[in-house]
Design a binder for this molecule. Structure first.
Ligand code: FEO
Length: 396
């Protein structure tokens, strides 16, 4: 196995996890990568490890260029085990290598792996010389964890950005331009929405720390690297971090006997007639991961459920719990559903959406048992009214 040269003597030496399908609940239908980077200089340097089951792949790629025992310096940008659980193996290959990380990184790594390594903690602006190349460090707490930092190689203007700007996708392509900009941005949005959305406001500070750093290559710890399209991903991160929404709506539903489903489709038709780009998801069929990706840029979240046992269906409750934790800001919501002998789903949904600080300007739209043609016409009108509310909010 070999790596991939990014710049003179700088190599991607990561691992491709073609078959992972759930990343602690984040659905990864196209797999993932755990990126690590090797710098051949007077001091041979490894930036990050990989997930523990993939250390043999990391070792094979490193070995193509240098004996792993020759590693002089290790940098750990982030404690999360998808990047650090390979460190015990790395530190066996090169036990005397200093391990550079943030102070919180040191604390976290010691909790996970003990105290036995030669830790060197760094702050933003600290630099180390590798010989020809210089590394400087930029602490980026909450992008993704409090310990997170990025590492910058000054001479080639390469930013090793940790989780930032990453995507969960396995590929033989190593750059966004090769994978395709549209697909890479879509994967980056899914990653942002499901992992980083609740940290968006804090991440703005981290992005600010990068604004005066000239960058020719961004090397994240997941997915492909950025070179030609750096302005596009930086601008996307700015929009996502500040919760900018577009004239889009997401309609989600959980339905027992298709009545709530019919309402969802009719509401979406009303939104479509108003020209609002709309996506409809059956919560009993679709995992939350792609739904949240669509919600990232949607001005409205429309939630429906049949009533079961005087509350919403379990899949709807699961979605609402996940949504609440992601703390979306600045969206409106609307609630609909069919009920039979008793009501209750709408109250459960309202309670959760209010806890998520979703604005609910409209009355709930409820139908007893099966929607009639008149009921479905009312659902279309409801979609039109949601579109008017979206327009008012975007204009304001
Ligand atoms: Fe890819 Fe926060 O770890």
């Amino acid at each position: 196995m070999e790596g991939f040269e990014i710049a003179p003597n700088i190599y991607w030496v990561g691992a491709v996890d073609w078959n992972v399908r759930s990343f602690h609940g984040f659905q990864t239908p196209r797999g993932a990568t755990y990126n690590a980077y090797l710098i051949l200089d007077d001091k041979v340097t490894l930036i990050d490890a990989v997930k523990a089951p993939f250390v043999d792949e990391l070792k094979a790629r490193v070995s193509h260029y240098v004996d792993p025992s020759q590693i002089d310096v290790v940098v750990s940008n982030h404690v999360e085990p998808d990047h650090s659980s390979g460190l015990p193996a790395v530190m066996q290959w090169a036990p005397d290598a200093p391990l550079y990380c943030s102070a919180r990184g040191e604390a976290g790594l010691k909790k996970h792996y003990g105290e036995g390594w030669n830790f060197k903690t760094v702050e933003t602006g600290d630099e180390i010389s590798l010989g020809r190349y210089t590394l400087s460090f930029i602490l980026t707490p909450m992008l993704h964890w409090p310990d997170s930092m990025m590492t910058y190689l000054k001479e080639e203007q390469v930013l090793f950005s940790m989780d930032g700007f990453g995507q969960h996708i396995a590929s033989t392509e190593r750059f966004a331009a090769d994978l395709g900009l549209a697909q890479t941005l879509a994967e980056a949005r899914t990653y942002w929405a499901n992992i980083l959305m609740p940290l968006g406001r804090i991440a703005v500070g981290a992005l600010g720390a990068l604004k005066d750093v000239p960058v020719t290559t961004i090397c994240p710890s997941h997915g492909v690297m950025w070179r030609e399209h750096i302005p596009q991903i930086i601008e996307a991160y700015r929009r996502w971090a500040t919760h900018q929404v577009e004239r889009k709506a997401v309609v989600v539903f959980a339905s027992m006997w298709h009545s709530t489903e019919k309402m969802a489709v009719a509401i979406a038709e009303g939104l479509r007639r108003a020209g609002v780009q709309t996506r409809v998801f059956d919560l009993t069929e679709t995992d939350v991961t792609p739904i949240i990706s669509e919600i990232q840029e949607a001005a409205a979240i429309v939630v429906g459920s049949s009533t079961l046992n005087q509350t919403c269906l379990p899949k709807c409750g699961q979605f609402l719990t996940y949504l609440r934790g992601l703390k979306p800001e600045g969206r409106m919501g609307a609630i609909f559903g069919s009920y039979g002998w008793s009501r209750g789903a709408e109250a459960a949904i309202r309670k959760d959406l209010e806890a998520t600080k979703i604005d609910l300007p409209l009355n709930d739209l409820l139908v007893n048992f099966v929607p009639t043609p008149d009921d479905l016409a009312t659902c279309e009108d409801y979609g039109l009214e949601i579109a008017r509310q979206i327009d008012d909010r975007l204009a304001g």
